[in-house]
Design a protein around this ligand. Structure first.
Ligand SMILES: Nc1nc2c(ncn2[C@@H]2O[C@H](COP(=O)(O)OP(=O)(O)OP(=O)(O)O)[C@@H](O)[C@H]2O)c(=O)[nH]1
Ligand SMILES: [Mg+2]
Length: 284
């Protein structure tokens, strides 16, 4: 793999989103910090403390159906030890949002009591939803609303503006576009890229596909075997791509391997959730 790989993705609209979030903080009671349970470290916005100041926060780890529960659990403990309340959730199916509402109530309890003591009437909780691209922010909002109120899609950059969404008489949500930060740490960048948080158009796709295979070999060799029929990767990884291409029929006219197709097949396997039970961030 290319040792000089340098993945960075911080377009102007992300800086603008952070500015808008800061401007709207005064209206916000609590922040739902959304991270992907397959990368609890890499998908945690590095400068979120600076952006959200001392607002109360609830960490919501999405895509529970796709992660390696054992590994993700270590990260949950790590964040809980830091004082976070963490909720691991599958938003795709069987999503039970009650724990989120309950945790929100607990976190805001003292604030509401203070207001009551001041003779103020109870009002809706205003929630800001923040996270890296494609992590499930808008899906979470739709779940909380119980209907489709926000656009979602299986690619980064679907939500383009910050939008207030009125859910019911208890809660109001601010959906925000996914944000990253300048100068990504390169291991985190590879995880973000491999797990669909960075726009494909900006990525060295060959390197990302190789990174996925190498991570599977390192931590999930059973998946490498089951999905690609490989016991291990070849010294020259192109040979492994060739084997996958042959097995999966990624061929161009004349029978040669279509490497672009192999690369997009591997990336697609992660993107479309065919590769399950994986957590790429390791808690040492
Ligand atoms: N398997 C699985 N897929 C999920 C889950 N949550 C969200 N998704 C999928 O992830 C993709 C991205 O969801 P969105 O809600 O659009 O993500 P977002 O964070 O709003 O993305 P941007 O607006 O682009 O920043 C969609 O294809 C969702 O269906 C989950 O818990 N499990
Ligand atoms: Mg969105």
């Amino acid at each position: 793999m290319n040792d000089k790989l340098n993945i960075n993705f911080y377009p102007g609209h992300m800086a603008k989103t952070k500015r808008l979030i800061k401007e709207n903080l005064k209206y916000i009671d609590i922040i739902y910090e959304v991270v992907d349970s397959r990368m609890p470290k890499s998908s945690k916005i590095i400068d979120i403390d600076e952006v959200t100041k001392d607002k109360p926060r609830l960490m919501i780890m999405t895509k529970a159906d796709l992660c390696d529960k054992n590994e993700t659990e270590k990260w949950i403990k790590y964040y809980e030890n830091q004082g976070y309340t963490v909720i691991l959730i599958n938003l795709e199916n069987n999503s039970n949002i009650k724990p989120i509402l309950k945790a929100t109530e607990n976190i805001l309890k003292s604030k509401w009591e203070k207001r009551e003591n001041q003779g103020l009437i109870k009002r809706k909780a205003r929630v800001l939803v923040m996270g890296v691209p494609n992590v499930g922010k808008s899906t979470l909002i739709n779940r909380l609303a119980g209907k489709k109120v926000a656009s979602i899609g299986n690619k980064p950059g679907v939500t383009k503006n910050i939008n207030w969404i009125r859910v019911n008489d208890k809660i109001e949500l601010l959906d925000t576009p996914g944000v990253l930060w300048p100068k990504l740490d390169q291991e985190e960048a590879l995880n973000l890229a491999a797990l669909t948080a960075i726009k494909e158009e900006t990525l060295p796709l060959f390197d990302i596909a190789c990174y996925i295979l190498k991570t599977l070999e390192k931590y999930y060799s059973n998946i490498l075997k089951e999905r690609y029929n490989l016991d291990k990767l070849d010294e020259d990884i192109v040979l492994s791509l060739e084997k996958i291409g042959q097995k999966r029929g990624c061929l161009i006219k004349g029978g040669d391997i279509d490497y672009d197709k192999v690369v997009s097949l591997i990336i697609g396997d992660v993107k479309n959730g065919y590769i399950k039970g994986v957590t790429f961030d390791r808690y040492e």
